[in-house]
Design a protein around this ligand. Sequence first.
Ligand code: ADP
Length: 366
Amino acid sequence: MENVDDELKNILRDTSKLSSIIENSFDGIVITDKEGVIRYVNKAWEKMTGWTREEVIGKVTPRILKSGEKSQEFYENLWKTITSGGVARAEIQDKRKDGALYDTDEIIMPVKGGAGEIVGYAGFQRDITDRKKIDRMKTEFISVASHQLRTPMTTIRLFVELLSSEDFGELNKDQKEHVGEIYKATKRMIALLNDLLDVSRADSGKLKINRESVDVEELVQSILEETKLITKSKHCGIHFDVPGQKLPNTYTDPHLLRQIFRNLLDNAVNYSNVDLCRISLKLGTEDGFIKVGITDSGIGISDSDKERIFTRFFRAENAVRISPDGTGLGLHVVKNIAELLGGRVWFESELGKGSTFYFTIPISVE
Ligand code: ADP
């Protein structure tokens, strides 16, 4: 313990040698010991949080800044990541000394001693309050606009359905064809509005979690049953790699979980080539989490697109070519839901060869 503390002291001494760079950084920087107790903060951190270094040295970081926006589970996962040597990155709403809330983009990582052992943690905070404010206004606009548009669109769909069922009189061949096109376009429009509503709910934190005990394997079987029609149209084979051992039930939200599976499976189908559509779904457990992997042999994602895949409205060029109707919203929602449920989502992909999207959700009991 003493050694660890000495190592941290050395690092803090070295830090002070770099003081002008660290002190004058635009990002707030905080260094803590292994227990999360603050040992150093720079000027930007003092300015951002309203606390002076005299007031905070010796205190625990999250306790000072916690705004209550993130769940206990979120902080536990973050702690798990950094204590096991990983780097955590998250957008967090923190609380200033005066109680005002501010948004930050934070990177938290372990500080390692000479032998590679963890001696403390460093946090870098960037104030993104202004950007978040604009984001919230955009989200609010999307929510109001899609709500308002959905009602007249639903009415249009209803009347088009009546027209095509020929309740108002027989249609000739051309009329039937045109009404059919209007019907398809209307359905696409309603699907888009529903996607936009999902995004605005996810972005504004209005997604409600209704937890119950879920048998994930059973849920997957029912989703695969549901997706049969879509997969059939592309001659897709979905191989479900059933876990060797019965998975434990987990206390989570089955509707949100279903949304993750549906989005990832839809993508695997949409971004596969007809007649070459081989998808596999693997279910297992890892470190207290249920881990899912969905692999396709489709168009893949180029290295230059990888960074933007979870960004709202982003669609890669090869994806637009093979499936022009997408919205670029599904994965953004998937990421939000997975994180809301206490898990995460990531992928591996090679252009032209295929992709695997993974996600985890914690195994928890009631
Ligand atoms: P959409 O599918 O409506 O475009 P998503 O948010 O689900 O929206 O996906 C965003 C983008 O990520 C897609 O447009 C595509 O470029 C890429 N993508 C997602 N899943 C895959 C996949 N399985 N294979 C290749 N590209 C994918």
